[in-house]
Design a protein around this ligand. Structure first.
Ligand code: NAP
Length: 262
């Protein structure tokens, strides 16, 4: 892949998004960074600018389709994006013993993790295809590979992101637009810190960003890490469904409800 010079990253105010912004920050690179928390976003922007990048922090809510479309389309007309990373996301789940997730929390996570991803990517599909170049990257999760009993709605959103990325890839790559899906395991971030569970092969956000950056530069369709967790999850899918369910049910996990509202 050509080295990206103009990037759009959502969820850049924290965790993996912030680490990605810093991983790409260098002289000659233009970074457009979206998040809601202005202080944290300004902090990322300052750190990226200190590395020599030309940085535009944009306080925006990915759920706001009208503002996202208007802003991204206008920015793309001025400085065409060659890489967009749809990273912003939240989590929600079930405490041990709980049976159902709060319906409002479920709809809130759909709004951010699914609709927010569409709001990020849709405005760029046609312009990138017209230019015959560009790269669209999605941040998925191991939780998108197989439903887990502690976070049904989160798994739903990530499985949706995976399917959407695969569908776009089949459609857009013939038009010169590369589509990549990162399937991410445990990464130490505020999102992940809120979860009480075993976190095998957990890595830092900086390491995760490095792996994603290398995979994107190679134009990989799938960037799955850590490898042992990915293989274990894929092999687990070959087991009879109820056996896998029983194994998963034995793992203690507490995924607190996240109440995100418009
Ligand atoms: N950490 C892990 O173990 C892990 C594993 C697999 C996948 N992932 C995925 O990686 C992505 C990043 O997660 P993270 O772990 O880095 O979490 P994080 O540290 O909590 O960061 C999440 C980012 O998303 C932004 N965000 C959330 N809602 C938003 C909204 N409505 N509009 C704009 N920005 C919004 C947050 O910014 P504001 O609060 O400023 O809005 C923040 O910058 C997510 O998609 C997550 O599902 C993480």
């Amino acid at each position: 892949m050509r080295k990206p010079q103009s990037l759009l990253i959502t969820g850049a105010s924290s965790g993996i998004g912030r680490a990605l912004a810093l991983a790409y920050a260098e002289p000659g690179t233009r970074l457009t960074l979206i998040g809601r928390n202005e202080l944290r976003l300004a902090d990322t922007a300052g750190a990226a600018a200190a590395k020599g990048a030309d940085v535009t922090p944009v306080p925006l809510d990915v759920r706001d389709r009208a503002k996202m479309t208007a802003w991204i389309a206008a920015a793309d007309r001025n400085h065409p994006f060659d890489l967009v990373i749809a990273n912003a996301g939240i989590t929600t789940g079930l405490a041990p013993g709980a049976l159902t997730e709060d319906p409002d929390a479920v709809r809130a996570i759909l709004a951010t993790n699914l609709i927010g991803v569409l709001n990020t990517v849709e405005p760029l599909i046609t312009p990138m295809c017209s230019r015959g170049q560009g790269q669209i990257a999605f941040i998925g999760s191991m939780a998108g590979l197989r439903g887990l009993p502690y976070s049904p709605a989160y798994c739903l959103t990530k499985a949706g992101v995976h399917a959407y990325a695969e569908s776009l890839r089949g459609r857009l790559e013939r038009r010169g637009v590369c589509v990549s899906l990162a399937i991410v395991g445990f990464v130490k971030t505020p999102l992940n810190d809120s979860i009480t569970a075993m976190k095998p092969f957990e890595i830092s956000d900086t390491r995760a960003a490095e792996i994603i950056k290398v995979g994107l530069a190679r134009g990989r369709a799938t960037i799955a890490f850590p490898w042992p967790l990915y293989m274990a999850t894929r092999l687990g899918r070959l087991l009879p469904a109820r056996l896998y369910d029983r194994i998963m049910a034995r793992i203690e996990a507490n995924v607190p409800e996240t109440r995100e509202r418009l």
